[in-house]
Design a protein around this ligand. Structure first.
Ligand code: ITT
Length: 199
């Protein structure tokens, strides 16, 4: 199907989940030995996923998988959206101090902005792009629907997982095992979809 696949991300949570799914399939995963700066200047998840895959491909010349993902809350006009990783620092909704790490600051800001919001529906979305050696590429999407809890629960996963309750579950995403999360998550679905295209 594919010899090597470089995972073009700096996010350790993403790396763990992708490794967990792909390693048993016999795909030779390559993890970059240096970080390539990528300006996420796209207006969509798909554009940003492409920018990441392309930037790493240009340096390493190995088929490269870039992923852009985030949390979309319709009652907040779609925020954090493409700003999910740096939501705490953007002006919309008030800048939150970075006291105890990015994930905690992002969650604090989300919960503050949702204090009086009764429509708590939200979804995670993941877009993936693979830049191939023949100049072509592939892309896929995955979504996971759920709702925003009133306070954080659990210590697994990363990002907004402690305040996200997947639809049909009584646990937060951070209370699921990595296998359980991969089965239902936006990233797990996007990965399965892009694997189908590769085959
Ligand atoms: P790379 O660009 O290097 O891949 P990043 O963390 O900056 O790393 P993104 O720009 O795609 O990645 O931002 C994704 C953010 O969305 C991430 O930092 C989390 O805040 C949130 N997010 C994405 N997937 C998530 C998940 O599975 N669980 C919780 N939060 C998630």
């Amino acid at each position: 199907m594919l010899g090597k696949l470089l995972i073009a991300t700096t996010n350790r949570g993403k790396v763990e989940e992708i490794r967990h799914m792909l390693q048993p399939l016999g795909i030779e995963l390559v993890f970059p030995n240096k970080e390539i700066p990528v300006e996420e200047k796209g207006c969509s998840f798909l554009e940003n996923a492409y920018l990441k895959a392309r930037a790493y491909y240009e340096v390493f010349r190995v088929p490269s998988l870039g992923e852009d993902s985030g949390l979309v809350v319709p009652a907040l006009d779609g925020y954090p959206g493409i700003y999910s990783s740096r939501f705490y620092s953007i002006e919309w909704g008030g800048v939150e101090p970075l006291e105890d790490g990015r994930d905690k600051a992002n969650i604090r800001k989300l919960l503050k902005n949702m204090e009086k919001v009764s429509d708590r529906r939200a979804y995670f979305v993941s877009f993936m792009v693979i830049c191939l050696e023949n100049g072509g590429g592939l892309w896929s999407e995955g979504r996971c629907e759920g709702e925003i809890l009133r306070e954080p629960r659990g210590s697994g996963g990363f990002g907004y997982d402690p305040v996200f309750k997947p639809m049909g579950y009584e646990k937060s995403m951070a209370e699921l095992s990595i296998d359980e999360k991969n089965l239902i998550s936006h990233r797990g679905k996007a990965l399965n979809n892009i694997l189908k295209l590769l085959k």
